[in-house]
Write a protein that binds this ligand. Sequence first.
Ligand SMILES: [Zn+2]
Length: 431
Amino acid sequence: MPRSDFSFHVTARLTETTTSPAAGRAGVIDTPHGPIRTPAFIPVGTQAAVKAVLPEAVAELGGQAVLANAYHLYLQPGADIVDEAGGLGRFMNWPGPTFTDSGGFQVMSLGSGFKKVISMDLPAERQGADDAVAPGKERLADVDEDGVWFRSHLNGDRHRFTPEVSMGIQHQLGADITFAFDELTTLMNSRGYQEESLERTRRWAQRCLDEHARLTTQRSGKPYQALFGVIQGAQYEDLRRKACRDLAAMTSGMDDGEDGGGFDGYGIGGALEKENLGTIVGWCADELPEDRPRHLLGISEPDDVFTAIENGADTFDCVSPTRVARTSAVYTRDGRINLAGARYKRQFTPIDETCDCYTCAHYTVAYLRHLFKAKEMNAATLASIHNERFVVRMVDDARRALEDGTFFDLKADVLGRYYGRTAARGTTTVG
Ligand SMILES: [Zn+2]
């Protein structure tokens, strides 16, 4: 299938206010497996399964696409198996659009412990060290100019990822949207290392585009797979802006010049501190082409979601809704609660009276608490369905509000209630 089977168009823009820029937008990403209305939250199915939730339930709760991970599927069952099965969607019985991330994050976070983990745990004399490893963690990944050596988290076997290997795996997996292989840095890396790494990621991005072009031609009978370039640059404005400009200018051999060529969209990745999230997304939205979608890797907290949308991110993914659900934590309009609490023993009402999910339509908090206490597997399923629906619906509401000009009212209502009352009640969040 031709490249024209993938496209993005903007349908509405955020109205500018005195306090906010207007990068936020609503739109539609068309893929060979159907459209994604944006902004959209993309449920994560790391190993070709959204943990504890059947694909039919993912569709029922409004999930528009699923994101799986190239590193995990490469280790097991093997990308060739998924290819022979007809690609990721067919393999996992998910007929809609799919994403795969490049594996870079997983491979590289084996190396150092990542994000805040490293900054909280490292002794002062080790902070800023570019070879930093979190205490108690063996270094499992090593980056060089050509790629990364790493050890499998499953059995310790040594493996090699390069931009070409990642693209080969992602073509075998066959997702509609793939990501360029990039180097993940941490907030603890020095400025000098961030610069060096960003240049390497730029060179890798070009290699990904070229290999993607070669594989797209070689596998011309397959549905077109879009390739997103990944923007790194940590918390530095000049590096983030440079990365955006560099990647936006890149083209590959397959480009016919009709649509400007290059990446089909962009991922905003890497080390981000919560307080800088909106600013960093804003820099990227400022530099990146308007007609390409922007994916923000790894967020689902309500304040992060609204900040990201406001500043111009179109899609997001995160493992948190299912991960915290398995620890009996569920989202409500009034903040996150833990179902294991003794106070819920006799609460014969749904998690959230206003939630339209399958779990809230059929089950009480008292029953869910019982399932968690009794270690019944349905506990994880029912809590995960609710949490995924909560985030998907919140983003859907944000999209409608963006379209009808009420985005900032919705943001104030949702966040005021979610965080305000959580603090007032003294509810402890977990996970
Ligand atoms: Zn619910």
